[in-house]
Structure formats: C-alpha cells, structure tokens
Design a protein around this ligand. Sequence first.
Ligand code: ADP
Ligand code: ADP
Length: 226
Amino acid sequence: NSGLCVKDLEVEYKSGQLALGRMNFTLPEHGIYTVIGPSGSGKSTLLRAIAGLLPAYQGELLFNGKSLRDKATLVGLVPQNYGLLPWKTVQANIRMAMKIAHRSTESKAKQEEGITRWLTAMGIPELAERYPLSLSGGQQQRVAIARAFAILPTILLLDEPFSALDAITREALQQLFLDSWLANPATALFVTHDVEEAILLGQKIIIMPSSKQDSPVFVDNETLFG
Ligand code: ADP
Ligand code: ADP
C-alpha cells in the first residue's frame, strides 16, 4: 500500500471527452518515473488529477494509503508554461507557493533560507529580485523548478518542463533537476515527448496507450541497460 497508487482512475471532461479510461498502477515512493505517449493519450490529464486540479475524477488516488483528496500529501507541479505570476518577483513567486503549501506555518527566516537555497541549487541566486517576463525561457524554467522543490513536495509533477528549451539549456537543467531530486527525493512523475529524455531521467518509463481501452506499459530502466 506504499507509494503512489492509482486505482480505476477515469477522467471525463465536461465536453464528454474521455481523457483517461480506468487506469491502474502503483509506483514506489522516492523515484523518478517518466511518462511518454502520443498526444491526447492523457499524460497532462493524469498529472492534473494527481495535482488536485480535476476534482471530478472517478476512482482513487492514494499516497501511502491516504487519499490525495484529503490534501495531506504535498504535491508540487512544474507546468509546461512555467506558471509564474508576472507581477511578482522571482522570490515573491516562490514565497507565495511556500505560504500556500505550508499554510504560513513556516517562520519567515525558514522561508527566506529555502528561497535562497533552491535558487542557488538551480544556479540563479542573482535573479531573486527580477520579474519573470524579464527572464529567458530557460531562466523562467529554473525558477519554476526551484519553486516546486522549495515547498519540499512529497509528490513532484513535471509536464514537459524542458521541451521548449534549446539542447544545451535542456542538458544543464536535466542535471540540475537530478541534483535537486537527490536533495529532495520526491515521488516524481515527469512527462516528456522525448524518448531519450525519458530513458535518461526515468527509473521506470510509463508508456501511455493510444487507446483508452488499453493499459499503460511500464519499462524498468535496468532492463534497458542491464
Ligand atoms: P496529452 O497530455 O497526453 O496530450 P491530454 O491529457 O492533454 O493528453 O488529453 C487527453 C484527452 O483529453 C484528449 O483527447 C484531449 O483532447 C482531452 N482534453 C484535455 N484537456 C481537456 C479539457 N480541458 N477539456 C476537454 N477535453 C480535454
Ligand atoms: P497538452 O497535451 O500538452 O496538455 P494540449 O494542446 O492538448 O496540450 O492542451 C492545451 C490546453 O487545451 C490544455 O489546457 C487542455 O486542457 C486544453 N484542451 C486540450 N484538448 C481539449 C479539448 N478537446 N477540449 C477543450 N480543451 C482542451
């Protein structure tokens, strides 16, 4: 019963569109699991359901036996388009996420320490006072990742975080992501359309089916590289 357990998850959007059909799987905690599959196979929908953004899903989502509906498990999200508030500075964006995640129970000093720690981990301590729209895409993505780790999430969701970046920036961020994950080994679901990236980062690779009738396929990275 430990880890992330997806039981009979079914999501139908209001339009009547079936986005996920009866999905079942369990993933051990503290791992990086990459998710690949054709466009429309439900990768984003799966992340949205786990993030609590789709309250109307059918089935159960459990972490270590506790329903995610109870909000007892902290979930961090790195969305595709960074999701930074343009009218707040970098540090204010991170501070707000920490306040929401911890319901302001953390001391101010602890918060500031966390902001500095994770901006430094992502190699951008000097950007704390900048506004998101004055930054490059790669810099904004670093901020979005720092923000997700700064709340010290138990589950971390990343939706194609590096797909809009050039190859060199992508490689740098893949490394920083792995380093950050080692410092806070969440149960991470990482959606990518890049098979190489899926193999590079994932301890297990989840291949979403093109038909809602089929189940996802799981490939252990060790079986690929023995
Ligand atoms: P993927 O991320 O793998 O491309 P999505 O989760 O975005 O897949 O979409 C799964 C299915 O749900 C697709 O058929 C898509 O058109 C549909 N879908 C996604 N988001 C919505 C939405 N907000 N409203 C209605 N249908 C949606
Ligand atoms: P992705 O697959 O990477 O999530 P999409 O292009 O499928 O990107 O979706 C972009 C946005 O459009 C998402 O917010 C999704 O919820 C919404 N969307 C996707 N498909 C549909 C649909 N059939 N009806 C309504 N909204 C949709």
